[in-house]
Design a protein around this ligand. Structure first.
Ligand code: ADP
Length: 240
C-alpha cells in the first residue's frame, strides 16, 4: 500500500501479474518434523514466501516469575531473517516484528489447551526465510503445524491467508507486489474446524460490502490450507 503506481499491470484479462485468477492461492508446500532439535517443527512455503516454525514444551519455565498457576504460558516470536528480504533486514526485532509476535501469540492462545499444563511454558518460534508477502499468515500456519507436530493439544489447527484489493478487484493470497501496489491487505487466521476467527487485520481501505466479500474469500482459502495441513499431519494427528 505504497500509493505508488505499479511498474506493470497487476490485473490483465482477469489474470494477476503471476498468472493466477482472483481466487487462486499461490502454490503451497508444507512439511512437519523438519528440525531435530525442536519438539515440533514445520516448514510452509506459499509461492516465494517461506517460513519455518519450531515448538518447544510444555516445559519448566526458565524463570519462576513467569509461572501461571492454572495454565501454560505461551511465548511466540515472529522474526524475519536478515536474508529474507530484498534489502538486508536488521536482525534486531523491529516494532513490526514485536507487534506481530504479540498478535500471533494471542491467536495461538485461542487454540492451545493451556489449562492442561499449569506452571509450564510453551515456546514457538517462526523464522521467515524468504519474504514475498503473507509472511504473518504463513507464520501462523507454520506455528500451528509445529505445535501439532510437538503433540501439544489444541482445539483445532489454525490456518492463515491474506486477501487483498488490486486495481479495484479483491484477490486471494496476495504477494509482495500486490501488497505494495494494491489498495488493501487483509490477513485472516482461523481455527477452521471450529469456524473461529483468531486474527483479522486490515491495512488500506475496503467498503463494508467489499470487507464481507473479502472475508468469505479468505474463508475459502483457509479451508483449502486447512485441508492441506490435515493431510500433511496425516493420520497420526487425526482430530486436530
Ligand atoms: P506480511 O508479510 O504478513 O504480508 P507486511 O504486509 O507487513 O506483512 O509486509 C508485506 C511484505 O513486505 C513482506 O512479506 C515482505 O516481503 C515485505 N517486507 C515487510 N517488512 C520488510 C522489511 N523490513 N524489509 C523488507 N521487506 C519487508
Amino acid at each position: 500500500m505504497s500509493g505508488k503506481k505499479p511498474p506493470f499491470p497487476l490485473l490483465k484479462d482477469g489474470k494477476r501479474h503471476d498468472g493466477r485468477g482472483p481466487m487462486d492461492l499461490r502454490p503451497i508446500q508444507m512439511k512437519v518434523g523438519i528440525l531435530h532439535n525442536a519438539d515440533g517443527s514445520a516448514w510452509v512455503k506459499m509461492g516465494r514466501t517461506e517460513v519455518i516454525a519450531a515448538a518447544y514444551g510444555p516445559r519448566e519455565p526458565p524463570m519462576k516469575a513467569m509461572i501461571l498457576p492454572d495454565r501454560a504460558v505461551i511465548r511466540f516470536r515472529y522474526h524475519m531473517a536478515p536474508f529474507s528480504t530484498d534489502e538486508r533486514k536488521s536482525p534486531a526485532p523491529s516494532r513490526r516484528e514485536i507487534e506481530l509476535s504479540k498478535v500471533i501469540r494471542e491467536a495461538l492462545e485461542a487454540t492451545i489447551l493451556t489449562h492442561l499444563f499449569p506452571r509450564t511454558v510453551i515456546d514457538v518460534f517462526a523464522e521467515v526465510i524468504q519474504a514475498d508477502g503473507g509472511t504473518r499468515t504463513a507464520a501462523i500456519t507454520a506455528a500451528s503445524l509445529a505445535l501439532a507436530d510437538a503433540g501439544i493439544p489444541m482445539k483445532g489447527l489454525i490456518a492463515g491467508v491474506a486477501v487483498g484489493k488490486v486495481e479495484g478487484q479483491l484477490v486471494l493470497d496476495i504477494d509482495q507486489v500486490e501488497d505494495e501496489y494494491g489498495e488493501a491487505d487483509m490477513p485472516v487466521a482461523a481455527i477452521v474446524g471450529l469456524r473461529k476467527i483468531v486474527l483479522l487485520q486490515l491495512n488500506g481501505v475496503l467498503k463494508p460490502d467489499e470487507f464481507l466479500k473479502a472475508l468469505s474469500m479468505a474463508w475459502e482459502g483457509l479451508k483449502r490450507i486447512y485441508e492441506l495441513e490435515r493431510s500433511v499431519l496425516g493420520s497420526k494427528y487425526k482430530g486436530v
